[in-house]
Design a protein around this ligand. Structure first.
Ligand SMILES: NC(=O)c1ccc[n+]([C@@H]2O[C@H](COP(=O)([O-])OP(=O)(O)OC[C@H]3O[C@@H](n4cnc5c(N)ncnc54)[C@H](O)[C@@H]3O)[C@@H](O)[C@H]2O)c1
Length: 358
């Protein structure tokens, strides 16, 4: 992820003047859609990061989207995808959020072995469409958006499921998600101390140094995964997603009153540890069932609620300080499509990106 503060100038150009409002069509974002039906705006990874909303804005966008989802006013078919290698995927993720006038599709790959080639685990593209005509209006890199919206989804879940006074966080997997999830949590909770664990100790050390500085908290690297779990009010597991869990986290590790966000599904958790949860939630139940049908989530607790139900109050979030709560957000197309129009709107304002003919 490219931190916004470190960005200088976009690498790409607004190669032509933007159409003036009187010449242009109204867009899905209540901004102006120049060149509708003639050109689309291409936004590289650097462009996206330059125009990206900040984390509190992303958390707010996702919370409103989950309210719409809870009210049944969105459309999102279950993820479909292809699997070219064991534990790798490329997913097609379409969604429509009428209230946010947002519609589009993300085409995203996740390859656990990519880091050995110096490539990101997650790569892909997102197409944003005009909801009134279906015309593609933007094509953007989805690496930044995937990182940020996943961190924000953890923050939304934690808002309903974690103790409001949560101040210690354990991060297992100190990569892109380890960073954005902590950033998301810091927008909602008074986080003071972070225990960072990674199977590559140098990554945990670098993470602790960077996050301490970036988020003004005390992050320390730990050498044993248990140290990152037992002392934490909030635990985030963000290692590789595996059909067969490595099940490192044992029963009794997650403290009473703690909340855990399973960014890497159930991969990190012994089934008996998961079954200690008083409430186990997800972001979309049909999607979780789909994953279960193809071999993931073979032994998880009953699902208490989805995130839309928590946000709309249809189901209760945390009710007692001593509850153990767990959210397993699978990552929804709705997350991406809630954020992409904010990036597009700001790119138009900032005149960032490259116009490509349709
Ligand atoms: N649920 C969602 O919405 C969602 C969205 C995006 C990514 N993901 C998943 O999040 C995970 C992390 O993605 P990323 O982009 O941060 O990858 P990344 O490669 O940037 O970071 C992963 C980190 O985990 C470390 N690691 C590997 N095995 C570990 C283990 N057993 N314990 C601790 N650390 C370990 C690696 O050394 C690396 O530092 C992936 O599994 C990815 O598929 C989930």
């Amino acid at each position: 992820m490219v931190p916004r503060s470190s960005l200088v100038q976009s690498s790409t150009l607004f190669s032509e003047p933007v159409a003036r409002p009187k010449d242009a069509e109204r867009s899905n974002t209540n901004t102006v859609t120049p060149h509708l039906g003639q050109k689309l705006l291409y936004l590289s990874q650097t462009d996206v990061a330059a125009c990206g909303p900040n984390m509190p804005e992303i958390v707010a966008a996702l919370e409103s989207m989950f309210r719409e989802k809870g009210e049944g006013r969105v459309e999102m078919p279950p993820k479909i995808g292809v699997h070219t290698m064991p534990d790798a995927f490329i997913h097609a993720m379409p969604a429509s959020i009428p209230a946010q006038k947002a519609v589009g599709v993300k085409w995203v790959g996740g390859y656990p072995a990519n880091s050995q080639r110096g490539l990101p685990y997650i790569t892909g593209l997102l197409i944003l469409n005009d909801p009134e005509t279906g015309v593609p209006i933007a094509l953007m890199d989805c690496t930044w958006i995937t990182a940020q919206r996943t961190g924000a989804a953890t923050a939304v879940a934690a808002k309903y499921l974690a103790r409001p006074d949560s101040s210690t966080v354990g991060i297992l997997g100190c990569g892109v998600q380890g960073r954005s999830n902590l950033e998301g949590l810091k927008t909602v909770f008074p986080v003071k101390k972070v225990f960072a664990y990674d199977t590559h100790p140098d990554r945990a050390t670098r993470y602790a140094q960077e996050m301490s500085k970036q988020l003004a908290l005390e992050a320390v690297a730990v050498s044993d995964p248990k140290q990152a779990v037992v002392q934490s009010d909030i635990v985030v597991t963000a290692g590789p997603i595996l059909r067969k869990p490595h099940a490192t986290i044992q029963p009794g590790w997650l403290a009473q009153g703690a909340f855990a966000s399973l960014v890497d599904f159930d991969s990190y958790w012994h089934a008996a540890a998961l079954h200690e949860a008083d409430k186990f939630t997800t972001d979309d139940v049909p999607q979780l069932h789909h994953y279960r049908d193809i071999g993931y989530f073979q032994n998880i607790p009953p699902i208490h609620a989805d995130l839309g139900e928590l946000v709309t109050g249809r189901k209760p979030g945390r009710q007692f300080p001593s509850e153990r709560t767990i959210a397993c957000n699978l990552g929804l197309a709705l997350d991406d499509i809630a954020v992409a129009p904010l990036i597009y709107g700001r790119a138009l304002e900032m005149r960032v990106g490259t116009w490509l003919p349709l």
